[in-house]
Design a protein around this ligand. Structure first.
Ligand code: ADP
Ligand code: MG
Length: 480
């Protein structure tokens, strides 16, 4: 790095510090801590400053509420700046300049393979020269530790496996560790926790373990950058020299054949050398269709642990833990209300709670059920788009071309009975109605009939892929 460049960077860092402290004194400590503390500086490119935030929720919030202020403050600090770009990106800590060699996890902006040419020129990191330690620290979220992970029935097995790997990497039966589950259920959290445990001041103390963690997307990006820079040997060596390799969101490699191939070789080399691999994906190895057979087989031959959808109890525990951490009293009724309303993923649940807490701090109001409904009305409305049993019946009847009245008729012919069972199944899945309530809507049938239908459809879906597809399609249509 030339002296000129380091001087410029030092100036930029100082300007950034001033922007932040002015913002802080303008908005106050609490508001700053809630929304702005996690901002990091991406850098100055031409006349554009990039500011990063770790989540979309924060990014959107900061954009709408502080975007103009950030713009004005930057322009008054640095005459070159015309625009401030607020983006989702890696959490590089709170201390000024973000590590310039690190790109944040590119969330939701998938890069197609092959990477458009010119990427290497756009100031992106050059894989071979990155400092792996700085890069790891920048890629890990400091909040994602084992301590902050709330354990419950749906995730206790995955948690135990992650713990085990962190204590004793590459032990027999746990290599590779394959974590899978839907969005926002804690896969990334557990992987970061393993990495923190292995590299931090954890109990391992003096045993140095080198860990590489990256999303599959980043793996691909770095691989392709290495090809372009003709540094694939270095790339391979770097990866093969670690003790623990963690690849997050592996499903991203589906259809990316060259990258998949490279991953497979790295994987084999490491496993053969007795090193630990941890992989996450949104599906189990056998369900990752599109991934090469041999890759799937090898992925499935260690420990496969799934993170199940959260239960009401787990959601309440998570909310309790987060509220306690924030040091804000939130009535149990409110926590239960949120856990009831927001069931899809923990990230959204957290977002809702954070907003609630910020609001309470900001206006010095205590949190009540009423204020919750008011503050979160947009989020709650989105989750309220509840499907009705009538809608389900109508859609299912249309799909199989039967009459709507047959949903409640006594006819038992297969061509009528099967769609009816599917409708009951979907009613159970998509509404909060009880079995007796559902039975009543289907011509006053008994709750055991509904239960039987639900089981039957689940069985059939397991056995018959095209039937399963039909049902999934209906579900998606009804949910949207
Ligand atoms: P995934 O990678 O499975 O999509 P993440 O690990 O990113 O999900 O989790 C989403 C958010 O929810 C994170 O902020 C994470 O800390 C939080 N979270 C998920 N599960 C738990 C849990 N069991 N305890 C505490 N926080 C959790
Ligand atoms: Mg994740």
């Amino acid at each position: 790095m030339t002296d000129q460049r380091s001087l410029e960077e030092a100036q930029l860092a100082a300007q950034w510090n001033r922007v932040r402290s002015r913002l802080q004194s303008e908005v106050g400590e609490v508001e700053y801590r809630t929304w702005l503390r996690q901002m990091t500086l991406g850098g100055l490119d031409g006349d554009e400053i990039t500011v990063r935030l770790p989540t979309r929720f924060l990014r959107d919030w900061v954009r709408t509420h502080y975007g103009d202020r950030l713009n004005a403050l930057w322009q008054s600090e640095n005459r070159r700046v015309r625009r401030v770009d607020i983006r989702v990106g890696g959490n590089a800590g709170d201390d000024g300049l973000a590590e310039p060699l690190v790109v944040g996890e590119p969330i939701g902006e998938p890069i197609a393979e092959p990477i458009p040419s010119g990427l290497a020129a756009s100031g992106q990191p050059q894989a071979a020269h990155a400092d792996p330690r700085a890069e790891l620290a920048a890629a890990l979220d400091p909040r994602f530790t084992f301590d902050s992970f709330v354990v419950g029935k749906p995730n206790e097995f995955a948690y135990a496996c992650a713990r085990r790997v962190a204590e004793k990497p590459a032990s027999v039966g746990f290599n590779p560790l394959f974590l899978y589950g839907g969005v926002g259920l804690g896969k990334t959290h557990l992987m970061h926790a393993i990495a923190w445990e292995l590299t931090g001041d954890g109990p391992r103390g003096s045993v140095p373990v080198s860990v590489a963690y990256m999303s599959a997307e980043k793996f691909m990006y770095r691989f392709i950058a290495a090809i372009r820079n003709q540094s694939t040997m270095e790339f391979k060596e770097q990866l093969r020299s670690v003790d623990v390799l963690m690849i997050d969101d592996l499903q991203f490699l589906i259809g990316k054949d060259a990258t998949q191939e490279e991953f497979f070789h790295t994987f084999n080399a490491l496993v053969d050398a007795g090193k630990q691999i941890v992989v996450s994906a949104d599906k189990s190895p056998s369900d990752l269709s599109g991934l090469e057979e041999r890759v799937r087989t090898r992925l499935g031959c260690g420990m496969v642990a799934d993170l199940h959808a959260t239960t009401f109890e787990l959601r309440v525990s998570i909310l309790e833990a987060k509220a306690a951490r924030a040091g804000v009293p939130v009535p149990p009724k409110v926590l239960e209300f949120l856990a009831h309303k927001i069931t899809s993923n923990v990230r959204e649940l957290e977002g809702a709670l954070n907003r609630l807490i910020a609001h309470a701090n900001l206006f010095g109001r205590t949190i009540t059920l009423e204020s919750t409904q008011e503050v979160l009305h947009d989020i709650l409305k989105a989750h309220d788009r509840r499907v009705t049993i009538e809608e389900i019946q109508r859609k299912v009847a249309e799909h199989w071309n039967i009459r709507l009245t047959d949903m409640s008729s006594a006819r038992r012919a297969r061509n009528v009975a099967r769609p009816r069972q599917v409708a009951m199944y979907l009613a159970k899945q998509l509404t909060s109605r009880s079995l007796p309530e559902i039975g009543r809507k289907f011509g006053n049938r008994d709750h055991t009939t509904v239960m039987h239908a639900v089981q039957r459809v689940a069985e059939l879906m397991e056995r018959d892929a095209s039937f399963a597809e039909d049902v999934e399609l209906l579900r998606r249509m009804l949910e949207s």
